[in-house]
Design a protein around this ligand. Structure first.
Ligand SMILES: Cc1ncc(COP(=O)(O)O)c(C=O)c1O
Length: 377
């Protein structure tokens, strides 16, 4: 990704002045730092950032500047990235499946916290990482709803299995902890309450006092229907932990989406409009809009005409395609757009900071992502 050193007032300032024909990712560092402070001040525990949500160096540097100094990493490359940028940052390797080579890399890079959800993964860690001072968090899963998509299908041990795993972690000499992830964009705070009470029941049944409880990412970012009251989520988590545990574990959270989404907007441009009124954008599901087919949330968007002309207030639903030759490259829901939208207009999507960098491909020769810094979005 290519980040500009100039700072613009707003996305429209840049688009009207430069008329870029490629998609542009607009980053507002002040918004990111404000959101980091919200987590740091509101969450009663250690705030770590899930790097996969947006591994861009400018994002990591701004989080560090805001006071976030612990990170959830998913791979050796993310470990390397952090070690280069912040050699002393605390790293939690919470992708529960790793090769032996990856475990060795993490160990040599000083990682002292790992998540597991299976006996084989635990024994791989035991073969490589001596237990002194090393935390192993057992990742549990529950059949709870509330998230836009559930992570339980891929990761997590059932409570019954987690009891055994936790006992094994403890008897192997590691620091025992529990972790969970309620699923991304989880809009129902009761999902955390259910997980916290299950985590307490697992620890109790295992006869193990856990050092920490990692309540995951999954915090919801703003959508077209508005922002979520994250402070309400934090308060509910705190209360649920106090109620469920007699020996209160220290808390950890690892937000990705809710930390970074709202500090980016993503501008696409109309390439063409056909006779039926279908719109072809210069970006689609293989690029910056890759989450649209998998994450069923309504995004806010606005239209900007290249000479700032006013577009009609009358809007109609339009089918929207991406730029590639693949017929799958279509947005799952129609967008409601001004009736007189035209070629070269911009469609600017809000809350686009998460899971865009890192998942954008160059399929069909597209996918060059320029990031422009702005004061506000
Ligand atoms: C272990 C772990 N932690 C945190 C996150 C971040 O989740 P979110 O972006 O929903 O906050 C993820 C996302 O995949 C994850 O796998």
């Amino acid at each position: 990704m290519n980040i500009t050193s100039e700072i613009w007032n707003s996305p429209s300032d840049y688009l009207l002045s430069r008329a870029p024909d490629h998609p542009v990712h607009f980053f507002a560092p002040a918004a990111l730092q404000a959101q980091a402070k919200r987590f740091l001040e509101g969450f009663n525990g250690l705030v770590t950032y899930a790097v996969k949500a947006n591994p861009e160096q400018a994002v990591l540097s701004n989080l560090l500047a805001a006071g976030v100094n612990a990170f959830d990493v998913a791979s050796p490359n993310e470990i390397r990235l952090l070690r280069e940028l912040a050699p002393h940052a605390v790293l939690h390797y919470n992708n529960p499946v790793r090769s032996k080579t990856e475990i060795r890399y993490a160990f040599e890079a000083g990682v002292k916290s790992f998540a597991v959800d299976g006996f084989r993964e635990l024994s791989k860690i035991q073969d490589i990482v001596p237990p002194a001072g090393v935390e192993i968090s057992v990742r549990i899963k529950l059949p709870v709803s509330g998230a836009v998509y559930d992570f339980g299908a891929k990761f997590g041990a059932t409570p019954e299995k987690a009891i055994e795993l936790l006992r094994n972690v403890k008897s192997a000499g590691y620091i025992p902890s529990i972790t969970f992830h309620p699923g991304t964009q989880c809009e129902d705070p009761q999902a955390w309450v259910a997980y916290i009470s299950a985590a307490a029941a697992v620890a109790c049944a295992a006869g193990v006092t856990i050092k920490r409880l990692n309540v995951g990412g999954g915090f919801p970012a703003k959508t077209a229907s508005g922002a979520h009251d994250l402070e309400q989520f934090f308060a509910l988590i705190d209360k649920a932990v106090a109620k469920a545990f007699t020996a209160r574990p220290a808390l950890v959270c690892e937000p990705g989406r809710a930390m970074v989404a709202e500090s980016f907007a993503h501008a696409t441009r109309v390439k063409s409009i056909n006779e039926k009124g279908d719109i072809y954008l210069n970006d689609g599901i293989y690029g910056g809009l890759s989450e649209f087919p998998v994450l069923n949330v309504q995004r806010s968007y606005t239209v900007l005409a290249p000479l700032s002309e006013q577009r009609s207030k009358t809007k109609i639903p339009a089918q929207v395609f991406g730029p590639t030759c693949d017929s799958l490259d279509v947005l799952p829901n129609k967008l409601t757009l001004p009736i007189d939208i035209a070629d070269e207009d911009y469609v600017i999507f809000q809350n686009m900071g998460a899971y865009v960098n890192g998942v954008t491909t160059d399929f069909n020769g597209y996918g060059q992502l320029e990031t422009v810094t702005v004061l506000s979005l």
